[in-house]
Ligand binder design. Structure first.
Ligand code: FE2
Length: 376
């Protein structure tokens, strides 16, 4: 049974006030080419760069932005770099889920006092555009959270980076903000990390899905969603559950060599236009069979969008007490079957598409079967 735990966000006092997601940083094998992909396929603009030309001899980083979403793509220049180690072990993946705060030092101190492990002490970075303060704590796997305080900064990204512009024609695909970031953790570790977010960051447990909610005939997983007080930061945490065949979370853990970020959900106001553009730009999405749409109107009632268009683009629909949502999932965006994206349009609904889990997981199972990773 899933349990939606209602939190009164008006009266909720945040133990650690978060203003939102500041950036998501990937460690990748080739940041220059990854930056091209995010510009040409997803419509992000290049806004800043740091590398040997700006005085950074170890790594090269490209900062990409679309509306409120900021991605940083970082590659190592030498094999003994921690970035190279990370990529060797995990493949391309998310290293940093950075959180935008008003006071980085206070957030960091509070987190440490509440039991977090440091991943980087307070740094005060300055240049002609002002000052950015950062400090980091560990979370699941080798992933970290960096608190970013930028209220006294007016530059492109951070001191150390220079402003850059895309040299290609970039067309926005309508992606607006990070809706949620999902972590996969190993067997029996979900509650540990849920408690970590509750204790260290003062997050609320928003929803619990057990393996009856999230299972098909063959595979299963469990999930709990934690959120900060204002609801701007939501982290669902998944762990594998026993089924006849190998759970997609086990497959992830095998390929990622541990826990890590599974998917990043990005919001759009017009999912039909966004997905139409993404498909034309070559983004691959998971496929659900046409029969998914046969009883969809009975299940979700009336929606504003043209059902034929949703079917053509393979967009999924779900409803909760507060409205409906439209969503679709990309295939993994690197060769290892690890990180992927969700594109989501919320028309009132605050949930995560439970009504689509079965169709979605059957779709993932088809991909697992093609990779030969479904059978144990
Ligand atoms: Fe999601």
């Amino acid at each position: 049974m899933d349990t939606l735990i209602k939190v009164n966000q008006e009266t909720q006092k945040d133990a650690m006030p978060l203003l939102g997601t500041d950036y998501v940083e990937f460690y990748v094998g080739n940041a220059k080419q990854a930056a091209h992909y995010y510009q040409s396929a997803f419509g992000y603009e290049l806004v800043a760069y740091r590398g040997p030309e700006t005085g950074c001899k170890e790594t090269a980083s490209y900062v990409l932005q679309q509306d409120k979403i900021r991605l940083v793509l970082t590659a190592a220049l030498f094999p003994d770099s921690p970035v190279a180690e990370h990529v060797k072990k995990h493949g391309d993946g998310v290293k940093v889920l950075a959180l935008w705060v008003d006071d980085a030092e206070a957030s960091y101190k509070t987190a440490l006092e509440r039991g977090a492990k440091s991943a980087g002490e307070l740094q005060v970075l300055t240049d002609d555009d002002g000052e950015v303060r950062t400090a980091s704590i560990c979370t699941y796997g080798e992933t970290i959270h960096t608190f970013v305080e930028r209220k006294n900064y007016k530059g492109a990204f951070m001191p150390g980076f220079e402003a850059r512009k895309s040299t290609m024609d970039v067309k926005s695909t309508g992606l607006m903000y990070v809706d949620h970031c999902v972590g996969n953790v190993g067997w029996g570790e979900m509650n540990t990390w849920v408690e970590y977010y509750q204790k260290v960051m003062g997050f609320n447990l928003l929803i619990t899905f057990d393996d009856n909610d999230i299972s098909t005939e063959y595979t299963a997983l469990m999930s709990k969603v934690v959120s900060n007080g204002n609801g701007y930061v939501k982290f669902p945490i998944n762990e594998p559950a026993k089924g006849k065949k190998r759970s997609q979370i086990e497959e992830y853990i095998d390929y990622y060599q541990g826990g890590g970020v599974q998917h990043i959900a990005v919001a759009t106001k017009d999912i039909i236009s966004t997905v139409d553009m993404l498909r034309k730009n070559g983004v691959d999405f998971l496929y659900v069979p046409d029969n998914y749409y046969e009883d969809v109107t009975e299940r979700v009632g009336k929606i504003e969008e043209d059902l034929e268009e949703l079917k053509r683009l393979n967009i999924l629909i779900d409803r909760d007490d507060e409205g409906y949502l439209l969503q679709i999932f990309t295939k993994p965006v690197q060769d290892r079957p690890t990180v992927f994206y969700e594109i989501i349009q919320r028309n009132g609904a605050k949930s995560f598409g439970k009504g689509n889990f079965k169709a979605l997981f059957e779709s993932i199972e088809r991909e697992q079967a093609l990779r030969g990773t479904l059978d144990k």
